[in-house]
Design a protein around this ligand. Sequence first.
Ligand code: OSB
Ligand code: MG
Length: 374
Amino acid sequence: MKLRAVELRRIAMPLVGPFRTSFGTQYERDILLLKAITDEAEGWGECVALIDPMYSPEYLASEIDVLKRFFLPVFAEGAGKAALEQFGAYAVADRLHHFKGHRMAKAALEMAVLDAELRAGRRSLARELGGVHATVPSGVSVGIFESIPQLLDVVGGYLAEGYVRIKLKIEPGWDVEPVRAVRETYGDDVLLQVDANTAYTLRDARHLARLDEFGLLLIEQPMEEDDVVGHADLAKVVQTPICLDESIVSAQTAAAAIRLGACQIINIKPGRVGGYLEAVRIHDLAEAHGLAVWCGGMIESGLGRAANAALASLPGFTLPGDISASGRFYKVDITEPFVLEDGRIRVPTGPGLGVTPIPEVLDEVTTSVETVEL
Ligand code: OSB
Ligand code: MG
C-alpha cells in the first residue's frame, strides 16, 4: 500500500454535560482526526490527546506539531516509505520508535494506516486484532458532582439505561461517601469501581483502605503515573484490586508493573500505549500472567469507539470497558451512533473500523483541515 497523503482534521464536539475528573472539567471535546489517503483506500485515525496536558504530557497541539514536524516526513521517502509499503500499519510504530513519547500521535497514525489497509483488504479490525465476541459489555464513567443526590440521580439514570458497570471518578474529599451512597442506594450487585486519576499519595493508603468495605471491582490509578513502586506498596495495604491506567504506556511498562505487583488489573487504552497493535501485546502479556484487562476510553468519537469495541472483543478483556453508547457524551456523533443493546455494544463487522464519518455531520463539527502530501 502506498500512503499518498494524510489529512489532519480538528473537530469540536460539545459534551451532553460537563465531565469533571480530579484533573479538570471538560465541556467540549476537541479531537484530531487523521485520514490516511492511500492508493487503495482511505483510513481514519483518532488521536485521543486532550486539549491540555492534564491526563498525560501529551496535548492536542503537541500531537499535531510532532506529526507534521517529525512523524509524517518519515513516510514521505526512503526507508520509511518502503517499510510502510511492505509492512503497512506494522511499520508505523517501528519507524517512529526512535522518537520519544507522543504515543497518542503514533497511535492515531497507525490506526489510520491500519484502517486503510483493512478496508482495502475487506477485513474487519476486530478480526484482525483477534476478537472473539460479537458484542462487548458496556460500562460508564461517571464524573465528580457538586452533591451526592446529583450523583445518585445520574447513576440511577445510567443503570436504568442498562449499563452493566459504573465507574465513579474520585478525588480527596469525594471518595468514601459517594461510594457508600451509591452502594446503599443501588445495592451490592452493581459492578462498581473508582478512578482517581493520580489524585492520591501513599500517605492516603489508610484512607483508601476504607473503600475496601464496598466490594469494588478495582481502584484505578490512585497515585502518580511514575509511582509504580508506590502502587505496589499500596497493594499491600488495600484489599481492593489496583488497576493502572496512566502508568502503563507500553508492554514494557506493563511487564514491569506486573513483576512489581503494582497492579492486578490493567486498563488498556490504545492511544496511551502507542496504538492498537501494542494494546494487543499488553492484552497477551496480561493474559499470560493471569491479570484481567479492560478497555479504557478517552471520550472518543464513533471512530475511536468502534476501534475500542473491536479491541475489547479479544478474549482477555474480561471486565466491562469504558465503552459506553455515543449518547453518554454526544448528542450527535460523527458516525452512526453506538447504542446500548441489553447493556452491550455491538462490535462492528464491516471492513476496517466498520464505521465511517457522516460527511455532513463531520463538516459541521470541523474547525480546521489541512493535508500533508507524502
Ligand atoms: O482516566 O479513564 C480515564 C476520560 C478522559 C481522560 C481519562 C479518563 C477518562 C474517562 C472517560 O474516564 C472514559 C470514557 O471515554 O468513557
Ligand atoms: Mg482512568
